[in-house]
Design a protein around this ligand. Structure first.
Ligand code: SAM
Length: 353
């Protein structure tokens, strides 16, 4: 009976792009393998309709692992004395873009901890230089919480997109994952400001983060419905040995894939990455994500000598198909699941919903 009910729920979600909370809860908690296969097939069909079999690539440049924050889950949190810190110079970042451009990347993602070195005075000329040198490329920033003035200035300098996972839509849960200095209200306010300023905005959350319940996952889907982010980064929580959450179990690959499919059905045109965390937890995690509705991958374009220092969680991968230099490997692996790499900016198709 549960099975027939779930198939009916998936049909409703595919048709109406929403479900009542109790149906999300039932689907997330009782789906069996066959339900998951059907859910994935519906998500794939809708992705195919909007984006075809193309997978967008983003060159990820991890510009600094210095961070003023102390998120309990994160390996680069300020209190982790075992983390060997680094930051890239502006010149290094431009060299990464140069290499990435030659490899075929048309989006550069500058991500980092909240590092006081990267003031507006340093970032603004850097962003405008990248946009001047590569006018056909999109610049995505993922540098955490900044002021409205800073986001506005960065947007004027040419930044196109901003990734800021909301982490959890439940304020009490947010406080269990972060020290008091960080507030769920400010995180959400930042997302609103970014949207107002005309960025393509990415939200997202970890699957299986400590204290997360199935009901909270329903809340995540409802938040995604309401906020309608242009991009949505979700990946399993993976513990890092030098954090307060070292002893927690990792999130589930199956649940992450189920949620990817739900999010694709909620917002057919959302840009949905198959995340590094998913690829870290399962050998074929990237492919499984794509087969459940993801359509973006973000190979690592950071200089080789810093890659293993941006350790957000244990065993984070940065080699093989995860490396920007190994695009051919990625191409082959994507071809094996019927997909091809798209070498353009890969903006969201706004008119499709
Ligand atoms: N500082 C920026 C920010 O706050 O958005 C960007 C960098 S932050 C390290 C990027 C993302 O990594 C976070 O939004 C979080 O969801 C994810 N992350 C951190 N620790 C993780 C862990 N242990 N497992 C899975 N994902 C993690």
């Amino acid at each position: 009976m549960a099975h027939a009910d779930n198939l009916a729920r998936i049909d409703v979600l595919a048709r109406e792009h929403t479900l009542p909370g109790e149906d999300y809860l039932a689907l997330l908690t009782t789906a069996d393998e066959e339900d998951d296969r059907y859910l994935a097939s519906q998500a794939l069909m809708i992705k195919q309709r909007v984006y075809g079999n193309r997978v967008f690539i983003r060159g990820l440049i991890e510009i600094s692992n210095f961070c003023r924050n102390d998120c309990y889950y994160c390996g680069i949190r300020a209190s982790n004395r075992a983390c060997e810190r680094y930051r890239l110079e502006e010149e290094d970042i431009l060299l990464c873009c140069q290499e990435g451009y030659a490899l075929g990347f048309r989006t550069f993602v500058l991500q980092g901890g909240e590092d006081g070195y990267f003031t507006d005075a340093r970032l603004l000329p850097l962003v405008s230089e990248i946009k001047t040198r590569y006018p056909d490329c999109a610049v995505t920033l993922s540098l955490g919480e900044r002021t409205r003035e800073s986001y506005a200035a960065l947007r004027r300098a040419g930044a196109d997109r901003y990734l800021l996972r909301h982490e959890t839509a439940n304020p009490e849960h947010y406080r269990m994952l972060h020290p008091d200095r960080l507030s769920p209200e400010n995180r959400m306010a930042c997302l609103d400001v970014l949207r107002e300023l005309g960025y393509q905005v990415g939200a997202g959350f970890m699957v299986g983060s400590p204290y997360q319940t199935a009901q909270m996952l329903v809340g995540e889907l409802q938040f995604i419905e309401a906020f309608a982010p242009d991009m949505c980064g979700i990946g399993p929580f993976i513990p890092h040995k030098d954090t307060p959450f070292a002893a927690f179990a990792p999130g589930s690959v199956e649940m992450t894939c189920r949620l990817l499919s739900c999010i694709r059905l909620i917002h057919p045109s959302v840009l949905l990455p198959a995340t590094t965390a998913l690829g870290t937890l399962a050998q074929n995690g990237r492919e499984r994500g794509i087969l459940h509705g993801a359509n973006v991958v973000m190979p690592n374009l950071s200089p080789a000598d810093v890659r293993n220092k941006y350790m957000l969680y244990d065993n984070k991968i940065s080699q093989g198909a995860e490396s920007a230099q190994a695009l051919d490997t990625l191409r082959t692996r994507l071809a094996a699941i019927g997909c091809e790499i798209a070498c353009d900016r890969g903006d969201i198709k706004k008119d499709e919903e």
